[in-house]
Structures are given as C-alpha cells and as structure tokens.
Ligand binder design. Structure first.
Ligand code: IMP
Length: 429
C-alpha cells in the first residue's frame, strides 16, 4: 500500500532533496520519476554537502534501494560521473542499490545541442531551459523514436542507435539552425562505453516496486522540478517537458493509483523561480535581494544545476492552493523559514486581482498568471535566528502565526518546517 510522494509545490528548488533525505530514513525504496539532470538536489549531512542531479537523494542512507524510473530522461555521462562522485566519498552505488528502468529514455549529445539551438532561435522569447537536452529527449520519446535505457543491454546496438540519431538530428542542426552538429561516430564510441558500464543497473523497476508495495514496504517517490513547471498544469510554455506533479509519480514509476498514501508538497517560505515566465509575487527590490542572498552561502538562491540567480518574491498562497489541488496534497513542508528572520513585515499573497475583480483561487490555467496582480496581507516579522530551534513551541509567535496562516489558507497541515540546510535543522509537528 504505502507509496509516499514528495513534490515541489512551486517552481522547483523548494528543498525537496533534504526532505527526501529526511523521509528516506523510514523508506526502503527511493525513486525518481521524472526529469533528468536538469534537477539539482542538495543534501547536507554534518559538514558534507551532496549535490545530486539524477540519483535520488535517498542514496545517502545506506539501507535504501534507489530507482531511476521510466518517466526519467538520462544523460549516461552525467550519471556515471555522479556514481563516481558518490563512490569517492564512500557511498555504495553498485547495481544492487541502484536500479534503472529499461523504459527510461537516453539523452544524446544531439539532444543537448538541439536544446541550446532552440533556445538561441527563440531569442527574447527564450524559455530559460537548463540546456541539458531535456525537451528534445522527451520530444523524441513522444514521437516514438527515442532510445530507451534497455538498449544499453546490447552496447553495440545502442552505439548504432545513437549514431543514427545523432546523424538524423545533425541534419536538423545544420539545415535549420546552422550549427555544427556533434560527431556521430564519436558519440557512438562514447555511448558504447557508457552502456558497458551501466548495463548491470538496468532492471524491471515497475515489478520491483510492485513487489515492495505488496509486502507493505514504504516506497518514497522523489519529485524533481515543481508543480508550476508541469507540462500540462504549469505556466506553459515556460515549463519543463515532464510531469513533476504527484500523478506523474504513478506514471513515471508504473504504480497503480490505489497505492498512494501521503502526498507531501514542499514549498519554500517565500517564492522563487529560475528561468523565464510569469511570477506575480516577484520582488525587484532590496527584499528580493535579501531573500536571494549574496551567493556566498550554499543555500543562497543560485541554481544548483546552472548557477543562475533565482528570481525571488513573497509566498504566493493562491498558487499554493492550486498546487494542493492538482497534486492532492495531504501535507505541506515549509523550507527555509529561517531566511525570513530579520524582516519587519512579511507579505503573503492571499488573492489575485484583475479588472477590478478579486480571486482567492486561480480562476484560469496558470498560463494566464501574467495578467493578475497579487493581493497581499501583511504579517509581523521576527528578529530571532531560528537555526537552533527544533520544537514548534520555541518558534517566535510571529513565525508560528505565519505557518498557521499558510495552513489555514490552504487547508492542508504543515507538518515539517526546515530552519537550515543541515539534515537535523527541522521542526516536526
Ligand atoms: P528544462 O527542464 O531544462 O527544459 O527547462 C525548462 C524550465 O524548467 C526552465 O525554466 C528551467 O529553469 C526550469 N527547470 C528545470 N529544472 C529545474 C529545477 O530542477 N529547478 C528549477 N527550475 C527548473
């Protein structure tokens, strides 16, 4: 029965990695179900910091089995370097612990080149992708000409597939974008080697998870990106090409809907976005800079994957309600509450306005977000440093009030609050 899903309730970068690490202590299988190395998940344990892009954050706990599900797109070179980095710090990353779905898709050098070329052609209208080849790899998957991870079981055949694909997309790169394409033979040779290394990891992950659920073993699905980046339900076209919302976990792992137990929405205590697209509560002033930080601390708001400064703003309650709806959230985790310390007033968007009308719920698809102005309520801030606090009743009253307001507005219980980047810096309720 117990499939627990962690999803981003905003535009990604909510701190899902550290919450996955927290819940992985009580889970046997931790699985990624969407996206690829466009994600960046950071886990801090003592003075060690792990930055993961492909492998689930649950890998830090030695008892877990980690699954890369069918909904993912994988860059094998990046995956191998992540395996090596983890192995170098003593984390077990053998095929007995990591299982790759044969139905996941492979990102090729041509996908990466195409991602960059398409962004360049869009000019001012660019999406701000991570340029990891994510969109083109999913496009090939949908067009039924993608290459699945199972092809790695025969490295020479995989090499041939990759060479053919790089040749085909190479023509597009030259003719449509006037860009020098990657060398097909070099790509083939590299991918044969990647396949030789990764083939022991290919597994029937759907069956593995089904068997675990049958035995009542807890399976934790780790979302990447966030609700508003969902291909169907996000701020299209400023979205990623997969389904980071909770139903995406069922699809991207091959699990039946009756197994869902908890759906944990992770939201920052404020709002951030990296890349282009509408953002109603965005701040372009010194408070936005305050929330972002200078970039000196590992937790400052600069992308884990691309290093880009994130756009920052006040927490958007209307979008949080929307996230609760499309994910079916059973609980919320609020991260980075400590960052709000030192602000006299905190604002919370409790409505949207347009043409003299006020809305408490998103009246249209998020595509229309740019046409609304947020309505705010002001709450008192607090001075105290929260980083050493571990119990709810030790939080300043103003911080308690802020959390209670989020809870009241969304009608979803806030069960975990993080007050720092380190594994232990959490308050459970
Ligand atoms: P893509 O996923 O690289 O195609 O990028 C599409 C959009 O999703 C861009 O706005 C990216 O900045 C955003 N995006 C992709 N992955 C992440 C992530 O892990 N965190 C935050 N934004 C992301």
């Amino acid at each position: 029965m117990p499939l627990d899903v962690i999803v981003g309730a905003q535009w990604g970068d909510e701190g899902k990695g550290r919450i996955t690490d927290l819940l992985a202590a009580d889970s046997e299988i931790v699985a990624r179900f969407s996206g690829g190395d466009n994600a960046g998940h950071t886990v801090s344990v003592g003075d060690q910091i792990f930055k993961l892009h492909i492998i689930p954050s649950g890998i830090i706990h030695p008892h877990t089995t980690c699954v890369l599900g069918s909904g993912m797109v994988l860059n094998p070179a990046k995956l191998i370097s992540e395996l090596d980095q983890l192995s170098a710090v003593g984390i077990g990353v053998g095929p007995e612990r990591i299982k790759i779905s044969g139905a996941a898709h492979i990102i090729s050098p041509a996908h990466i080149a195409l991602d960059g070329a398409e962004e360049k052609l869009r000019g001012e209208a660019k999406l701000g992708t991570t340029k990891r080849g994510i969109g083109p790899a999913y496009a090939d998957k949908s067009a039924r000409r993608g290459i699945r991870a199972a092809a790695m079981l025969d490295p020479d055949q995989l090499g041939q597939f990759i060479m053919d694909q790089v040749e085909r997309l190479g023509n597009v790169l030259i003719k449509l974008y006037n860009i020098e394409p990657p060398d097909p033979k070099a790509a083939r040779d590299a991918y044969v080697q990647y396949a030789e290394r990764l083939l022991p990891y290919i597994s029937n992950t759907g069956a593995l998870i089904a068997e675990a659920l049958e035995k009542d073993v807890v399976v934790l699905a780790e979302g990447a990106q966030g609700t508003l980046l969902d291909l169907d339900h996000g701020t299209y076209p400023f979205v990623t090409s997969s389904h980071p919302i909770a139903p995406g976990a069922l699809l991207g792992l091959g699990v039946g809907a009756t197994h869902l137990r908890r759906v944990i929405g992770v939201a920052k205590a404020f709002q951030t976005r990296v890349g282009e697209g509408p953002f109603p509560t965005e701040l372009h002033d010194e408070i936005g800079d305050y929330l972002r930080g200078t970039g000196k601390n590992p937790w400052d708001e600069y992308g884990t994957t691309t290093g880009r400064p994130r756009r920052c703003g006040w927490l958007d309650g209307v979008l949080l309600r929307y996230a609760a709806r499309v994910n079916g959230l059973t609980e919320i985790t609020i991260t980075k509450l400590d960052i709000l310390s030192g602000l006299n007033q905190i604002y919370f968007a409790n409505s949207y306005m347009r043409d003299g009308m006020e809305f408490e719920n998103l009246p249209e698809e998020p595509v229309q977000l740019g046409s609304f102005t947020p309505g705010y309520e002001g709450l008192s801030g607090w001075e105290n440093d929260l980083s050493e606090i571990r119990a709810w009743d030790q939080l300043p009253q103003e911080a308690q009030h802020y959390i209670e307001r989020i809870q009241e507005f969304t009608k979803i219980k806030v069960k975990v609050i993080s007050v720092g980047a380190e594994r232990s810096q959490v308050i459970r309720r």
